[in-house]
Design a protein around this ligand. Sequence first.
Ligand code: GLV
Ligand code: MN
Ligand code: MN
Length: 416
Amino acid sequence: MPSIPLPKDLRINAARFLADFEALAAIGSTQDGGVNRPALSEAHLQSRVWFRERAERAGLVVSVDGAGSHFARLACGQNPERSLLLGSHLDSVPMGGRFDGALGVAAALEVLETVREAGLHLPVDLEAVDFTDEEGTLVGLLGSAALANHLQPAEIQNPRGGRQRLLDGLQRAGLSEAGLFQAGRDPASLAGYLELHIEQGPRLERKGIPVGVVTAIVGIVSYRLVFEGRANHAGTTPMDERCDAGLGAAGFMLAARQLVVQSFPECVVNVGALKLEPGAFNIVPGRAELALEFRSADQQTLDQLQQALLALAEREARAAGLSVTVVFLGRHEPAPMHPAMRQAIGRAAADLGLVTLDLPSGAGHDGQSLANLCPTGMIFIPSQAGISHSPHEFSAWHDCVNGVNLLLQAALNFNP
Ligand code: GLV
Ligand code: MN
Ligand code: MN
């Protein structure tokens, strides 16, 4: 008779995990090897059908909350009132990579199936979760903020992806605005949240270290800035008489970069979309709308950066003879990871013989919604060349498998 492995010796089924990972990568796949699964798009909803079917095949109990987040529960706990959540997200950025989010969801399902097969009884149940709209094509951290009860009505009225896009997505998914505010979860039901993710930066690979233990997740603020001047004939209007909204936007973009590099070296700023209107070769732009996002791991620094960037927008507008309107779109606070989770990951990594590096996350994650609710931790594995939010995102398969085994062992190590 095969002997039952001790919890410490338990390992995932790598072949099964590979099949799951590849099945997910095929949904919304793009020609260049990535995936295009923006939140609540047809492809994203298809990936959720996969989640439900896969979880049911594994004998897990599936539920969906008012924000559309999908849960699969393994009743393995002595205390069935509480569970340890493991997971990530199946939505992607437009034309994204196959690892961001999907790795963590497939890993969570594999961990639950491994525990079920081994017949382990744990202190609490395990739940795999696929959160809605982590990436922010609609709102950002939508499912996890709804679960943590800190979704703001204003974020839904004026979401960063546009109101109509959100309403269309909710309708496609059979969700409602009211439902988003009914997805709050009783914190007493959560023993913790643990997520496996790719690093999305170059630090682990450069140091040759297989595992990152996340110390904190950056705070993220987003705004829409609208510079307005006067549309006019591009051939006949003298250069010194133009009120060129595009020039204001360009001036702001260059100055914002300079500001961050010189005065906020631990922070980042990005203008990820720029729209000039009316938008023709032969019209001086009368309106420039830009999508501004900036990040810091420190709350006070984030406040200072916000003040400095908004003042800069005013200055650049004045200098170009324009007006500027500033629309606040959302803020996710920086979140330190819980020491007990970090220790559980560290102990499990030592048992598995995996060297670790403590590092902050420059990317946003659902863990920053969960961190106020329950002990939260994150495991990173190396990203090749640090590339992410791109179809060229890649992590070596052995690193992925190490990561899933570490997720399993950290979940077993965590004392709820
Ligand atoms: C999500 O991946 C983000 O950091 O924007
Ligand atoms: Mn992600
Ligand atoms: Mn992402």
